[in-house]
Design a protein around this ligand. Structure first.
Ligand code: JDQ
Length: 227
């Protein structure tokens, strides 16, 4: 999978070289390319934003500069993801669907966001005929300063689903049990008693049928507690 990200703060993407994502990148499973939007700004002070038509607070990112940056990246079979607090909520199902894409482009705005004509333009027939799809996505109902951290969240959730990325394949199949409802069961490791708190005895029994039943019940209880 190829992943491009466009931002005026490319340094936000440094963590892609660490841990799971760094190994996936070294192994050639995912190919990250980070682009500095400001490189496409050609006026004297390299401005990327201007005041909003209709008035109001803040600044809006210029469509012309986004067009220059994105035109070079939008090949056939590309999913363009525009981060915005007003987008469709990102969840595990969206992560799973996007994990089978061949090319993702993350457009990371700042200020009050990107001129909406950028979304409109890349959503037009000319692009959908080339299997280019545009997604406006939010990672949750809170307001971030820009799209970079939201993109990192999505990239981590998506790339860990790629074949060969997760070291332990059982972890993924057990997660898929959860996709239709129950959250995770609580986990325990050594020692069996810590600060007077003992691990539930059933987990030490070796009775895998009873352990599965206990975990299903504990996961259900935890989900109810977190409502
Ligand atoms: C941008 C902003 C609109 C402040 C600019 C670009 N889930 C989620 N929360 N926040 C974002 C995503 C997000 C994504 C991209 C962004 C926020 N901002 C700041 C935009 C109103 C107020």
């Amino acid at each position: 999978m190829k992943i491009d990200a466009v931002s005026i703060f490319p340094d936000y993407f440094a963590p892609l070289q660490l841990s799971l994502l760094g190994k996936a990148s070294d192994a050639g499973i995912v190919d990250f390319h980070i682009h500095d939007l400001r490189a496409f700004a050609s006026d004297n002070h390299h401005a990327v934003d201007d005041t909003p038509y209709g008035g109001g607070a803040g600044m809006v990112m210029l469509p012309e500069i986004w067009g220059l940056a994105l035109d070079r990246l939008m090949v056939d079979e590309t999913d363009l993801i525009i981060l915005t607090p007003a987008g469709k909520r990102f969840d595990q199902l969206m992560a799973a669907r996007l994990s089978s894409a061949s090319h993702l482009v993350f457009a990371c705005g700042r200020y009050e966001g990107i001129d909406d004509r950028v979304r409109q333009h890349y959503s037009s027939d000319q692009y959908s005929k080339r299997n280019i799809r545009v997604h406006e996505v939010s990672i949750g109902d809170y307001v971030l300063g820009g799209g970079e951290v939201a993109s990192l969240v999505m990239i981590e959730a998506i790339t860990r689903l790629l074949p060969g990325v997760l070291g332990n394949p059982e972890s993924l199949s057990e997660e898929s049990h959860n996709e239709d409802g129950y959250l995770e069961y609580p986990n325990f490791t050594k020692p069996s008693t810590w600060r007077d708190i003992s691990v539930p005895e059933i987990l030490l029994s070796g009775n895998h049928g009873e352990i599965a039943k206990w975990r299903a019940e504990a996961a259900k209880q935890r989900a109810a507690d977190n409502l």
